[in-house]
Structure formats: C-alpha cells, structure tokens
Design a protein around this ligand. Structure first.
Ligand code: GDP
Ligand code: MG
Length: 438
C-alpha cells in the first residue's frame, strides 16, 4: 500500500535535519501521483509541485519528523492556501441595494438548474426572498424543471414561454424582482454540450443588460480535466466571479477544484454533493485539500505532522520556562497554544507543576481581557513584571480597558506560577521523575 511505501521511504531518511532535493524525492513522487490520480491537470500539477518544492527546500525539520512528513505538510498547507485559505472571497457578496443578481453559467448537464434550486434554498434559509428566472429558452423541459423546483421550495419562478429573446427575459425578470422587492434573483441560463459562439454571445449580452453581482460558473467535478479548458473560456468571455463544483458525491476526487482555481484565479464558492436540494454546502478549502491528497494515508501523515509541530512548540516553551521562569510573553504564547491545541492537558503534560494551579481561565472573553492587558504592557514590562508599579498598572488598565485589580490579579497569577515552578524544580531534579498525574 501507499502507506507501507511511504513508511519505507521515511525509515531511510529519518534523522535528517533539513529538506533537500534528495531526501524528498520520494515524497514528491507520491504527491505528484496523488494529484494526478485526483484528476488535477498535469500542467497545474507541475507548476504546483515545483512551487512547493522551492518553498520547502532548506526548511528545518523537527527531530520528531522526517523531511518527507514536513514536505507533505507544506504541500497540504499550500493546497489549502491555493484553494482559498481563509479568504472571504468564497462567500457570495450581497448587493447592499437589492436585488442581488446571480447568473449561473456552464455546459449543459453541469448542474445549473439543480444548483439554481439549491442556491434558492440556501438563501431562503438565510431569510432572503428569492426569484428564480428560467432563462434557458431552448428546451421547454428546462422551464418545467425550474418551475417544479420553485413549487417544491415555494419560491417564485419567472418564465416567459413564448419569448425568444433570453436577454429580454433577463431584463424583465430583474425589473419584476425590483418591483416585487426580492432580495436575490437567480438566473438559470442555457448550456450547450460544447462551448459555442452563439451561446457565449447570448451570455455576454445578458451580462451587459443586467450587470450581475455574481456570474457563477457551474462545473461538473466528474469531468475532471475537461473542466479546465471550459472554465478558462467561460472566464475569458464573461469574467466569472466564482465557481460552483457539482457532483462531488461521486468518485470525483476534486482535482477539478484545484485546476479551475489555478487556471481562472477565481474562487470556488459552493459544492454540490447530490441530486437533492439540500446536498449543497459552502466550499471549504481544507476539506478539498484533504480530498485531493487522498482521504487515507497522506491525510494521516499531515495530521501527524501537525501534532508533532505543535508538541515541539510546547516543548520548546517548557524548556525555556524551566530555565528562566515564566514571563508575560510566555503566558500569552501559552494561552494561544492552548486555544490552538484545544486543551490545556496537552501542554500540562510537558510543564511540570502546572496542573496543581488554579489555571489560567481560557474562556474566550477572559482570554481576550488577559490578551489586552499583556498587549498594553511595554516589552520590558512583559519580561520583567517586578517593575510594575502603581502608575504603570494604571496605564496598563486604561490601555486595555480593564481595571487595576484585574492587572494585579494577572500579576499574582504569574508570580504564583513561578513559585510553583521553583518548588517543583527543587523537588525533582530530573524530568523523568515527574509524575504525569500531579
Ligand atoms: P444543467 O443542464 O446544467 O441545468 O444541469 P441539471 O441541473 O439539469 O443537472 C443535470 C443532472 O445532474 C441532473 O440529473 C441532476 O440531478 C444532476 N446533478 C446536478 N447536481 C448534482 C450533484 O451535485 N450530484 C449529483 N449526483 N447529481 C447532480
Ligand atoms: Mg438546465
């Protein structure tokens, strides 16, 4: 299995301190395979791999990890980043002056009409009044399909069965939406089996006539590689604002997501995961990254690497504290780590003597207050709390929007922790003697 293969590779190079072109050769190969298997376009794979490789070379490796593991973690993080990271561009922008106009475009069968219904339901759940527009005039069945969805959702559908001009319908629909005070208009357009000049012209004209807030390209994830060229053309012609990837419930490994994002530079906004109207969710870059890298082995490796990196940070902090005592910078860092690692326990394991304390309360609002207090201190005050006299305390309380008594409480906490640390250091000479349960 892939896992065995990777393990064998790791054994060979364990204990190397830096990532070199040589010691990640096998990992690069595995990642390249995973991406190709996920149906990422080969040009995109090549560009992506060489970018991360460059980024990774020379990177220090933690003692608990191998260069391969660190590399795969870098790949994963970069993948999340390329797919959109935490950026907010994956959200639909609502126009402050309603209605927000959303135009769905894409090839025939990609899932536009279904997605129109799903989007309508999504907005409906968020308390918006939606108008669906049947602007695929070439197939009467397309109008029926949307009307059925509208009935099911109790959402109004605008259609004109004997109008031959899709631009006119779009314009009238927007007018109607305005007078009916709709919040969102979703326009379902016609698709073709292949890209086609006449259709592109029509879509461009609709765009010009109604000036949509969003032009969302609907792509079938199952089409993998082909989706790339189609996405490119649609983007060139219409300057799309985002992408919806459908049919991710099938075998599709999501490679199209990376390819389309890379080729168009436009954010993915939603994914469709089934034929039903609620099989629809916002796009999550980290989930897609894991899917692309392959559910099993590589993802486990990424998780292992993440744990190890966090543990290493905690260990460094513990060593420093044992040597020099605890200051406010440590306190802040420690609290951040607690938040990140999700539990106090994980750090306690590494810090002798902490469990006996009336710990820092990491409740969210309390954390913010403590953070504000420490942030209001000068660098010198943070490393040397003994200089905190009455006037300094007053300044800090004022700066952080807290009180002098809160500042005092925090100083006491730090003093108490340091006292405990000293006691423990005296009591135990070696780390190995410390009972985990204390
Ligand atoms: P359009 O031609 O672009 O309007 O595509 P349709 O909305 O009519 O969808 C084409 C087919 O794909 C229909 O059979 C849909 O039920 C199906 N479909 C659409 N989205 C999804 C999805 O996310 N998952 C699955 N499994 N099927 C989907
Ligand atoms: Mg349709």
């Amino acid at each position: 299995t892939l896992h065995d293969k990777l393990n064998a590779v790791f054994k060979k190079i364990k204990g190397q301190a830096k990532i070199t072109e040589d010691n990640i050769k096998d990992a690069v190969k595995q990642v390249r395979l995973a991406l190709l298997e996920a149906d990422v376009n080969y040009k995109v794979v090549k560009k992506f791999i060489s970018a991360v490789q460059e980024k990774a070379l020379g990177e220090e490796v933690l003692k608990s990890l191998t260069p391969d593991q660190v590399f795969i973690k870098i790949v994963h993080d970069e993948l999340v980043n390329v797919l959109g990271g935490d950026d907010q561009s994956t959200k639909i922008k609502l126009n402050p002056i309603p209605p927000t106009k959303i135009m769905l475009v894409g090839l025939q069968g990609s899932g536009k009409t279904t997605t129109a219904g799903k989007l309508a339901k999504y907005f409906q759940k968020n308390g918006k009044d939606v108008l669906l527009v049947a602007d695929d005039i070439y197939r009467p069945a397309a109008i029926d399909q949307l009307e059925i969805l509208g009935k099911q959702l109790k959402v109004d559908v605008f259609s004109k069965r004997d109008e031959q001009d899709a631009v006119k319908i779009a314009k009238e629909a927007v007018q109607h939406a305005k007078s009916a005070a709709k919040d969102v208009v979703i326009i379902d357009t016609a698709g073709r089996l292949h890209i086609d000049e006449t259709l592109m012209e029509e879509l461009k004209n609709i765009k010009e006539a109604i000036n949509p807030d969003e032009i969302l390209f609907v792509a079938d994830a199952m089409t993998g590689q082909d989706a790339v060229n189609v996405a490119k053309t649609f983007n060139e012609m219409l300057d799309i604002t985002g992408v919806i990837l459908t049919k991710l419930d099938g075998d599709a490994r999501g490679g199209a997501a990376l390819s389309i994002r890379e080729v168009t530079g436009k954010p993915l906004k939603f994914v469709g995961t089934g034929e039903k109207l609620d099989a629809f969710e916002p796009f999550y870059p980290d989930r897609m990254a894991s899917r692309i890298l392959g559910m099993g082995d590589i993802v486990t490796l990424v998780e292992m690497a993440q744990d190890a990196i966090e543990e290493d940070e905690a260990e460094k902090l513990a060593t420093k504290i044992q040597k020099k005592g605890l200051d406010f910078n440590d306190m802040l860092q420690q609290m951040k780590m607690i938040k990140k690692m999700g539990s106090f326990e994980s750090i306690l394991k590494l810090l002798p003597g902490f469990s006996g304390l009336g710990n820092i309360d990491v409740d969210e609002s309390n954390f913010k207050r403590i953070e504000a207090i420490i942030n209001s201190m000068t660098p010198l005050e943070r490393t040397n709390y003994k200089i905190l006299n009455a006037s300094r305390k007053r300044r800090i309380a004022k700066g952080s929007g807290t009180s002098v008594s809160e500042v005092n409480k925090l100083i006491q906490q730090l003093q108490q922790m340091n006292k405990m640390m000293k006691k423990f250091k005296k009591q135990f000479s070696g780390k190995d003697k410390i009972d985990k349960n204390m």
